[in-house]
Write a protein that binds this ligand. Structure first.
Ligand SMILES: Cc1ncc(COP(=O)(O)O)c(C=O)c1O
Length: 372
């Protein structure tokens, strides 16, 4: 059997440990998963009702044109349906964009500690990933990314991924940084710029701007959004892309016709229209984050202020050991060794009792695992 080296060298994406697996391995009944930046409220009740009502026509293939969903997105976000496309999670869109824009050995550019899917999709599509060091504060250095692109023509970079806010760091690039970045790389014919805004709805920073604002100004700009976070539909797998019409047209040729199943389309369509649920989800996230900040400060653990629904913090200890001890107590957080962080963990905001349980467990574990 001969497998191409790029594929063999792929480092698999490490998802959060499932609750059922943790229960089995540790003999626990009560387990809280705060590891995957999911919505602790569950799916929007409107989405659940719509999915129930749609169950009886699941013998039919889904709508390959995503007509209803695209029209609702168009009304809500203010773009023509020709500028919109749907994926099986934004993960699928990331993968297909890499396939569309990069030939083998061409380059993909992002930051160190950027969302891991860019690395996996680059490898899987035989492109070469280039990572630029972060700015202090674990922030994307957009200036350095633009300069890297401009000063390394030999790398043949075709695609730039900016995760804003970024996962797992929770940090963000502000309006001034985004605008100056777009001024440098915008409207070039040789590179596509992708702003991944999976956590867009959780942002509280006043100087944040969605790259959506600049869609009319730059023809090489794409924005990704997801229904997995604030809309509470991670299990359904729905992501969306806003982009130039030519890109949307090509994407729709490359994707599988039935990439998003009917229940997922129905759920996303209903969730988009559930404004009350979105507001409750924001409130629970912000309250939870403020609670985590306060407790982490009391515990003397440094953290990165987050614009997502999670916080990355420094345990000041071997994070693998801390994580293991937390698992024994039924708390699933996310170790970040695959991002090169040996002492950090990422904690997603849960319901109030889950947040309290996580902090209590952490407090106990800090006494068990020696600091470095
Ligand atoms: C920055 C970022 N982009 C994209 C995704 C993928 O989302 P989806 O569930 O839509 O594939 C995630 C998921 O964690 C994420 O953190």
């Amino acid at each position: 059997m001969k497998i191409s080296p790029e594929i063999l060298n792929l480092v698999p994406y490490r998802p959060g440990k499932p609750i059922s697996e943790t229960q089995r391995e540790y003999g626990l009944t009560k387990v809280y998963k705060l590891a995957s930046n999911e919505n602790p409220l569950g799916p929007s009740p409107k989405a659940i009702a719509a999915v129930r009502a749609a169950l009886d026509h699941q013998h039919l293939y889904p709508d390959p044109s995503h007509y209803e969903l695209l029209n609702t997105i168009s009304k809500k976000w203010g773009f023509s349906t020709k500028q919109l496309a749907i994926g099986n999670g934004s993960d699928e869109v990331i993968d297909l964009l890499t396939r569309i824009f990069c030939e083998p050995k061409q380059g993909v550019l992002t930051s160190e500690a950027a969302f891991n899917a860019y690395e996996v999709s680059s490898g899987a599509n035989r492109a070469t990933l280039h990572k630029v060091p972060m700015a202090p504060g674990f922030r994307f250095d957009l200036d350095a990314i633009a300069n890297y692109f401009l000063s390394h023509p030999e790398t043949d970079i075709r695609l730039v991924f900016v995760s804003n806010p970024n996962n797992p760091t929770g940090s963000y690039a502000n309006k001034k940084e985004v605008e100056s970045f777009l001024e440098k790389l915008g409207n070039r014919d040789d590179v596509m710029i992708v702003f991944d805004e999976a956590y867009n709805e959780f942002v509280r920073a006043k100087d944040y701007v969605s790259a959506q604002t600049y869609m009319g100004k730059y023809k090489n700009l794409i924005v990704l959004r997801t229904f997995s976070k604030i809309y509470g539909l991670a299990g359904f797998r729905v992501g969306a892309m806003i982009g130039p019409e030519e890109v949307i047209e090509v994407y729709n040729r490359v994707r599988k016709p039935f990439n998003v199943n009917d229940l997922a389309q129905v759920a996303a369509n209903a969730a988009l229209q559930d404004d009350d649920f979105i507001e409750r989800s924001q409130q629970i996230c912000w309250k939870g984050l403020d609670y985590f900040y306060k407790k982490l400060e009391e515990l003397g653990l440094p953290y990165i202020p987050s614009q997502g629904n999670f916080v990355m913090f420094d345990t000041l200890r071997d994070a693998v050991k801390v994580n293991e001890a937390l698992l024994r107590r039924g708390i699933i957080m996310r170790p970040l060794l695959n991002y090169g962080f040996k002492t950090h963990l990422r904690l997603s905001v849960g319901l109030e009792h889950e947040n309290t349980a996580a902090i209590e467990a952490l407090e106990a574990v800090l006494k068990e695992v020696p600091s470095l």
